[in-house]
Design a binder for this molecule. Structure first.
Ligand SMILES: Cc1cc2nc3c(=O)[nH]c(=O)nc-3n(C[C@H](O)[C@H](O)[C@H](O)COP(=O)(O)OP(=O)(O)OC[C@H]3O[C@@H](n4cnc5c(N)ncnc54)[C@H](O)[C@@H]3O)c2cc1C
Length: 484
């Protein structure tokens, strides 16, 4: 069958969550998941670098419908994949997933109220057309083909191996090797402690410092709650504790950044000692949460530095050389392996070329609605989770809303919906309130935020939860139409 009520793009965390909710609450609707790769898991299957792990706790990064019962709240990649695999099997979702099917283009026809999707078979490059009424994007937020790599002078001259974390060779031998990791974000500070024990030396080469916060990956209170309750109740209590504490934490930091700046930097000082040059290497120029805060489980990164195996260099790169990297100040760092932990290429709409009645969709001209739809774009839902909390909290609310909306469309006996921004909705704000490099590089290509609810990207689970779970779906901006 090539005709579905709903097509979900992507079988990562968001796509699996969407499928669970569609199956449960839109049981009369036919749907399929088109996944471009040959496995589920998305991010957690793609990244294979040493130490790959979550930054968020799995009680909020896991699904609402499947308790996270492992003792560690911060989980490694394989444990996350096992959990996702369990969610698919327990809910009989395998039959819904079509692997090696990459959606290339989507053409909306208003007079027929459907999407025609061009879908490429990534095994044999053949193409087919799949039709659906509702297109539900769950393909993440970055380009899977290539990570971000700044232009480095002399890149070709380096005679060792250069590796981007997005394409990690699983058989890489780094025993007794000298390694430079360029970058200081979550990926760099995961890779460095994980490699430190085996390498002869590892250097984190950063242009400027990032905020870090160290905390245990197992939390005694969680273990206690898990011990005295059932899996389900324990999960519910820990999840809500984490949601509320996380929100309070972000609110407090935004309200009083100076105080928290000092708190975070003092945390690093406690780990590295007074003699370490914290000002140079660990004092960022921006305020906490202007960019993502990086989590250091059990202080592992600081331990690697204290052991002498890992070192931080704060400097800019002049060029790559035969044997390593020459810094702008003239020194040369030698290396056998250079890891470019320089980030992702952010991408919205899952890289799909979208047209609406033969007009190319330019998403930068649109205003986002409830962080899941765009002004004047019909029957399209796009998942974008939270950046200041677990992504999945946002993805879960999106799927709850999507299912209610699909049912409402039926109840009204209508064919399509779209949000329309009235004159009182000025398009002003950036899509996201973060100035991280990967967002700033594409800020001009992203949709805008509007000046009032529900056109504001709240990034606030509690506020969105009330909107979505307890308030009416209908508002004067959401239009329902019938063809003809
Ligand atoms: C290294 C790393 C660590 C992270 N850690 C955290 C964390 O700790 N906490 C957190 O909240 N977030 C984290 N994130 C963000 C993370 O991506 C999300 O939490 C979550 O994995 C996103 O799930 P997703 O299903 O929306 O997207 P993804 O995991 O990106 O999966 C998308 C899937 O869609 C498929 N797809 C994409 N486009 C198409 C297409 N056109 N056609 C067909 N299939 C398509 C892809 O192949 C992929 O399988 C991290 C991201 C990275 C890169």
């Amino acid at each position: 069958m090539n005709n579905f009520d709903v097509v979900v793009v992507g079988a990562g965390i968001s796509g699996i969550g969407a499928a669970y909710n569609l199956q449960k609450t839109c049981s009369s609707k036919s749907f399929t998941i088109l996944e471009g790769r040959e496995k589920i898991g998305g991010t957690w299957d793609l990244f294979k670098y040493p130490g790959i792990r979550s930054d968020s706790d799995m009680h909020t990064m896991g699904f609402r419908f499947k308790p996270w019962t492992e003792p560690k709240a911060i989980a490694d990649g394989p444990s996350i994949l096992k959990y996702l695999d369990g969610a698919v099997k327990e809910n009989d979702l395998e039959k819904k997933i079509q692997f090696n099917r990459k959606v290339i283009s989507a053409k909306w026809e208003t007079n027929k109220a459907h999407w025609n999707l061009t879908v490429k078979n990534t095994k044999d490059d053949s193409e087919e057309i799949i039709r659906c009424k509702i297109l539900y994007l769950c393909g993440g937020y970055y380009n899977y083909d290539e990570g971000y790599l700044p232009e480095f002078k002399g890149y070709e001259d380096f005679e060792g191996e250069i590796i981007h974390p997005q394409k990690w060779p699983e058989d890489l031998n780094y025993e007794d090797k000298k390694v430079i990791v360029i970058g200081s974000g979550a990926t760099a500070i995961t890779i460095i402690p994980a490699m430190a024990e085996k390498v002869s030396h590892i250097t984190m080469l950063q242009r400027s410092p990032t905020y870090y916060m160290s905390a245990p990956d197992k939390r005694p209170l969680d273990s206690f709650i898990q011990k005295i309750t059932t899996d389900r109740l324990g999960f519910f209590l820990i999840r809500w504790k984490n949601i509320l504490l996380g929100r309070i934490f972000v609110n407090q930091i935004k309200k009083n950044p100076e105080k928290w700046k000092e708190f975070l930097i003092n945390g690093v000082k406690e780990n590295l000692g007074e003699d370490y040059d914290i000002d140079k290497h660990f004092t960022p120029k921006y305020n906490p949460w202007d960019q993502r805060l990086c989590f250091v489980p059990n202080g592992d990164m600081f331990e690697a530095i204290n052991s002498g195996k890992a070192e931080v260099v704060t400097n800019t790169i002049d060029k790559f050389t035969k044997e390593g990297i020459k810094l702008s100040t003239g020194e040369e760092l030698k290396a056998d392996i250079i890891v470019t932990a320089t980030g992702l290429n952010m991408q919205l709409l899952n890289g799909i070329d979208i047209t609406i009645d033969n007009q190319q969709l330019d998403i930068s001209e649109k205003i986002q609605y409830k962080t899941m739809m765009f002004s004047d774009v019909p029957n399209l839902i796009a998942t974008f989770g939270y950046t200041t909390a677990s992504w999945t909290l946002g993805a879960d609310l999106t799927s709850e809303y999507a299912c209610k909306l699909i049912n409402l469309l039926d109840k009204k006996d209508m064919d399509y919906f779209y949000p329309e921004a009235g004159e009182d909705v000025a398009a002003g704000g950036d899509f996201l309130d973060l100035n991280s490099g990967y967002i700033q590089r594409v800020a001009h290509k992203l949709p805008k935020q509007g000046s009032r609810d529900p056109w504001i990207n709240t990034q606030n689970y509690l506020k969105d939860l009330i909107q979505i779970r307890f308030k009416s779906l209908e508002d004067s901006d959401l239009k329902f139409k019938k063809t003809g």
